[in-house]
Write a protein that binds this ligand. Structure first.
Ligand code: F6R
Length: 367
């Protein structure tokens, strides 16, 4: 049932063009110029009038939530806070009936996330669930929601569920922005047309980067540390890239917003430190160029994810992974693909049990 792949994780990485398409299907209707989401439509007034949206999740789903914050604030202009479920529930949070709480969970069974939304509901908040597993506890407990149609995710390290979460969050942000007047029709049309292209771009990236990323992985099997850097929408993508590597290869990795480097992590950089840097053309590119200069001045090994034809970052980086250009807001979906492959192949070369990493369970039903 691994469909010819050596591991479920690799199969699931390769399923992403389809899982993203499945998540868009029936919702993104480009020709009609609309996004159809019953969960949002039926409660549009309440959601668009919310004083704030609180996104609650754990792990990879929390990283998706951070990107959700950027998306919703950018397009719908509603203030968003993103919380770790475990911290939220134990700190006597301020919640009112005017709050919308969005819970993101692949399994829909994560104990901390479930407890957090119970608490929020008691205080009168409206609960919106984004789950992958149909009829899961969080999905049933929510007042409304949207399923990610990623299909069953078996590898413990989340891949296709993550990109499906980003897809749903993009749809929600664009739909809210369209209806509350923050997005012009022209801008909305431009963005949905681009979102519709994402499955194709992901397909292209899988084909064009796979062999090269596998080679890069081979050069770093013996590394003991990694830094992942990104800015803007790609800062959370850096966090997620680092988490993937930690989980399955057991190499210590940390993700940072690139600008934070000089506030501490730069002290770690020497010729033995690999640094994965996400540097698409759209989104603080010039700032990233200076970050790469700072790293190279300290002899760090730079693995850069850039757009086709990039020259500035590419000329300094030790390894250059090229991906197609897209809107900045969707670039984390495309940029995450080579980072998933990198973590996967490093783990495979280290002989790790990729689908069932030590100490981890697919759904964390204990606190
Ligand atoms: C990462 C991973 C975990 C989960 C986290 C939340 O690859 O699998 O970090 O993302 O345990 O799980 P869900 O999304 O099921 O609530």
């Amino acid at each position: 049932e691994k469909g010819g792949y050596e591991h479920f994780m690799l199969k699931e990485i390769f399923e992403q063009p389809k899982s993203i398409q499945d998540t868009l299907r029936g919702r993104l209707l480009v020709n009609e110029g609309i996004i159809k989401m019953a969960g949002i439509w039926d409660h549009l007034d309440r959601i668009n009038k919310a004083e704030r949206i609180i996104i609650i999740a754990c792990g990879t789903s929390w990283h998706a939530g951070l990107i959700g914050e950027y998306l919703i604030e950018e397009f719908a202009r509603i203030p968003v806070e993103v919380e770790y479920a475990s911290e939220f529930r134990y700190r006597n949070p301020i919640i009112t009936e005017k709050d919308i709480v969005v819970a993101i969970s692949q399994s829909g069974e994560t104990a901390d996330s479930m407890a957090a939304i119970k608490l929020a509901k008691e205080k009168g908040a409206f609960i919106y669930g984004i789950c992958n597993v149909v009829d899961s506890s969080i999905a049933r407990f929510s007042d409304a929601g949207s399923y990610t149609h990623a299909g069953p995710e078996i590898g413990v390290a989340s891949t296709k569920a993550f990109t499906a979460q980003l897809t749903i969050l993009s749809l929600i942000a664009l739909k809210l922005g369209k209806h509350n007047g923050n997005l012009s029709n022209a801008e909305f049309m431009r963005l949905i047309t681009e979102l519709d292209n994402i499955p194709k771009k992901v397909e292209e990236v899988l084909k064009s980067t796979h062999d090269y990323v596998k080679e890069i992985a081979h050069d770093f099997v013996n590394s003991t540390n990694f830094l992942y850097l990104g800015r803007g929408f790609n800062f959370p993508a850096a966090l997620e890239g680092a988490l993937k590597l930690k989980e399955i290869s057991y190499i210590h990795a940390e993700g940072y917003p690139a600008a934070e480097m000089k506030h501490g992590p730069i002290a770690l950089i020497d010729e033995n430190m690999p640094i994965v840097i996400i540097a698409p053309k759209k989104g603080h590119y010039d700032k990233i160029v200076s970050n790469v200069q700072e790293i190279k001045a300290r002899k760090g090994k730079v693995i850069a994810v850039v757009n086709y034809g990039d020259e500035q970052v590419a000329s300094m980086a030790d390894y250059v992974i090229e991906i197609p250009e897209t809107s900045e807001c969707f670039s984390p979906i495309v940029a995450s693909i080579p980072l998933q492959l990198l973590a996967y192949y490093i783990a495979v070369y280290r002989g790790a049990n990729v689908d069932q990493p030590r100490n981890l369970a697919k759904s964390v039903t204990v606190e």
